[in-house]
Design a protein around this ligand. Structure first.
Ligand SMILES: [Zn+2]
Length: 113
């Protein structure tokens, strides 16, 4: 049993970093010439901001609490350092918003539906 657990744990330790490394390497890859680390950000424009209410669990107290999240989408323009090809990608940035009243949380939840 312990050997099985160790084997699964070992596989996870190898697979997860490999996937992360692959994503990290190919994120900056030029879609035209295929070179790695080629992307340079040359511009970005804000597309939309979405507010939502998420329920999260505090791992220490095991209590749930509702938090407001603000998610902003950007259209980011990249240019290849090698062939000057330009491409766009949508990137999102999520941020927790603290200090809202229960009434404001209700308002966000209602617009979510
Ligand atoms: Zn290129």
């Amino acid at each position: 049993m312990e050997v099985f657990v160790l084997a699964v744990f070992g596989c996870v330790l190898v697979i997860v970093p490999s996937i992360l490394l692959g994503v990290w390497l190919f994120r900056g890859r030029c879609p035209r010439c295929g070179k790695l680390f080629a992307a340079r950000v040359v511009g970005s424009s804000k597309m939309a901001t979405i507010m939502s209410v998420d329920t999260i669990r505090n791992p220490q107290t095991n209590a749930t609490e509702e938090v407001a999240m603000r998610e902003t989408g950007y259209l980011v323009t990249h240019r290849c350092r090698y062939c000057s090809h330009e491409w766009e990608r949508i990137e999102t940035h999520a941020q927790r918003v603290d200090g809202l009243t229960p009434h404001e949380l209700d308002e966000i939840r209602r617009r979510q539906l």
